[in-house]
Design a protein around this ligand. Sequence first.
Ligand SMILES: Cc1cc2nc3c(=O)[nH]c(=O)nc-3n(C[C@H](O)[C@H](O)[C@H](O)COP(=O)(O)OP(=O)(O)OC[C@H]3O[C@@H](n4cnc5c(N)ncnc54)[C@H](O)[C@@H]3O)c2cc1C
Length: 360
Amino acid sequence: MNTILVLTHIALSGETSAETAALTKASLEAVTAGQELAARLGAALTIGIVAPGSAAAATAASSLASTGARLLAVSGEAFAQPRFSTDAAACEALCRAAQATIVLAPASSRYTRIAAAVAHRLGGFIDTHITAVGGTEAGGSDAILATRWFYRQRVEAVLSRDARPWFLLLDAGTHAAFAGQSGPTQVEEVAVQLPALRTTVSGLRAPSQGTQTIRPDAKLLFVAGAGWTKKQADGQTHAAEAAELILGFLRASGASLGSSKSLVDQGGEGNSVLPFLTHLNQIGQTGATPRHAKGLSTCCHGEEPHVVGWRFIGERRAVSLDPNCGWSRGKADVVYVADAFQVMAWVNARLESAKAQDNA
Ligand SMILES: Cc1cc2nc3c(=O)[nH]c(=O)nc-3n(C[C@H](O)[C@H](O)[C@H](O)COP(=O)(O)OP(=O)(O)OC[C@H]3O[C@@H](n4cnc5c(N)ncnc54)[C@H](O)[C@@H]3O)c2cc1C
């Protein structure tokens, strides 16, 4: 009989009051995965919460009341910041208290850093980048099946293991985030023997919201290709205008910004291109494979090494001047053979006027 533990943590905000305690979206996705697996296996479900204080833990626990799961919490000032030693100690204590055989955790930077070490401390096994968890108790010890992709999302494998505890780190965006009625509930505080702390977290440095262009939770992926910096019909390049159009669209739509390799490579050579793009924006075989409901590609040719990064994009549209580009050869649902400078100026104007109407 398996006992499933879902590890969760509170979103970092620098705020530790109970009112603002909220579990991260990735944590809530792991809760959904845990609920589904527990129902399928007829197994007991426990949810472990790592929180900066007991009030925050209680608030998070009440938001999970409708899961009917056993709720455990490790809380205290030491857990207010991500740090290997304290996070690993907290999760180890939760796993031991739950006597878990299957541990599901979100692949947040916080838990990705510690999960392998915690699995090792418990004599267990870990698999990462899990996108689905299936199986039934009736199928015996191999009955739990975890799915992940290999070789840059080209090969999908289904894994089963006898080793327990088995840790599964779940990729973000693969499950719906749990949302249930808050209610009164009992949360069991788990004591942690803290190790000597050698690391002091002095603060976080992150790009401000306005300059952050990679938005994993956005509904839309907007891709800029090298065409934005190529000579246009007038024989000139228009990089500044391109930057304005792209950033204007991102501001108005909240889309996440992706790029082709050609475009980000130009920046690496010191050419005057789009300064807000880095290799982190690159989508494709040697870039990222994000998950978004929709994608809009602009000024990009749609070659296979790029499009392979679109595997998890639901509806695909492209704007390219080339009617024979890869997108029109079956890789997009809709292709607009048009000048992206004109199209995006028109789209931005529509978004602006819609916003003005909303504010009126
Ligand atoms: C091993 C390997 C790995 C690779 N990995 C990746 C990867 O991870 N990601 C990736 O992106 N690429 C990758 N590539 C490169 C990939 O094959 C392409 O070279 C690259 O994606 C091309 O980028 P692009 O389409 O932006 O540029 P281009 O091929 O230069 O295409 C620009 C397009 O813009 C259009 N255009 C120009 N002006 C306008 C306008 N005003 N309006 C509309 N359209 C316009 C042009 O018609 C053209 O179709 C890899 C290649 C190799 C060999």
